[in-house]
Write a protein that binds this ligand. Structure first.
Ligand code: RIB
Length: 335
């Protein structure tokens, strides 16, 4: 079987309440609706890639031997993913994410890692060479142990794959031990960009703790922070900035706007972006086109509730792209 994209990461079951607003510490907010949906950044990215791809996507991860694990495996199987690297850990819970979403589509997420925390470098070592050798792109994220992420990147590099690290949730451990030199494309969102560089920006961030951000667009601060990360060894940074689109620095430097959409739920927008980016690069699309494809995919995902239920299929992405041809990609330069 020929694999186009290989994804290593987490599996969660998301328990979601869509409420009128997010509670503060110690506060109870009544109202809203409950949704259970398949999630986890790794699984979301694999499903996003599978729905966007013409070829086969492989997923490596772990679930527990509980009913949530069975449901997760069945769901990923229905997506047509190659799952020889999906492990069921005995006497272990499947990862659970408790998610609160407000009326504007913003979320708060807390994760009990369960089986995700048991995925080790040994599990990556046990994967057959063919899984890597046939793939063009390797994509991973940070809801699994960092040594496991590193081993995945090392094996992908050895086999000449394009490597993408989505540093979500942010972990400054990726700045240690030359890990970023194993990464072709790093894809932080705005919060992760701040946390990884210990930057703050915008007037609302004055006096705020390190890693805080404001909602004010501040392209020069975004660029400075992204350049800091390329200086740590990755070839390119593509910072995803929500409604402000994204900023690429490194091999190519450009801004990509985002289509205006009515946001329902931002959960998994980053996963949609990363899965689609991986697929487009695996197909040989140039970076600017791949970022545009990924941006359209993420924009579609925020118009729907839930993580995996929100991820669009190839046809919808192509339709969205054709409606959106007028938008320019700004400032393409050699980095
Ligand atoms: O990126 C969104 C995901 O983060 C959710 O599906 C949830 O499982 C958390 O891991």
């Amino acid at each position: 079987m020929s694999i186009s994209t290989l994804v290593l990461g987490s599996v969660n079951v998301d328990l979601v309440i869509h409420g009128p607003r997010l509670p503060g510490p110690g506060e109870t907010v009544l109202g809203g609706e409950f949704l259970q949906a398949p999630g986890g950044k790794g699984a979301n990215q694999a499903v996003a890639a599978a729905r966007a791809a013409a070829g086969t996507v492989a997923f490596v991860g772990g679930v527990g031997d509980d009913p949530f694990g069975t449901q997760s495996r069945e769901g990923l199987t229905r997506e047509g993913l190659e799952l020889s690297g999906l492990i069921t850990f005995p006497q272990t819970s499947t990862g659970i994410a408790l998610i609160l979403v407000d009326a504007a589509g913003q979320n708060l997420i807390s994760v009990a890692s369960g089986a995700n925390a048991r995925l080790s470098p040994d599990h990556v070592d046990a994967l057959p060479d063919e899984l890597f050798a046939g793939a063009k792109v390797f994509l991973t994220s940070l809801e699994i142990p960092l040594p496991t992420v590193r081993r995945g990147l090392e094996r992908a590099r050895e086999q000449g794959l394009i490597t993408i690290l989505n540093p979500a949730p942010a972990d400054r451990g990726i700045l240690e031990g030359n890990l970023l030199s194993l990464v072709d494309i790093l894809t932080p969102n705005e919060t992760e960009l701040c946390q990884l560089t210990e930057e703050t920006w915008g007037s609302e961030a004055e006096g705020a703790p390190t890693g805080a951000k404001s909602t004010a667009d501040d392209p020069s601060r975004w660029r400075a922070a992204a350049v800091k990360l390329t200086n740590r060894g990755c070839r390119s940074v593509i910072a995803t900035l929500g409604p402000a689109g994204c900023l690429a620095v490194g091999d190519l430097e450009f801004r990509q706007s985002a289509p205006a959409v009515r946001a329902v739920d931002a959960t998994a927008a980053g996963d949609a972006f990363n899965g689609a980016l991986a697929v487009a690069l695996a197909e040989g699309q140039p970076l600017t086109a791949a970022v545009r494809f990924a941006t359209a995919t993420a924009a579609l995902s925020v118009t729907r509730a839930g993580a995996q239920p929100s991820l669009p299929r190839r046809k919808e992405i192509e339709q969205a792209l054709s409606r959106w041809t007028a938008q320019p990609t700004e400032g393409v330069e050699n980095g």
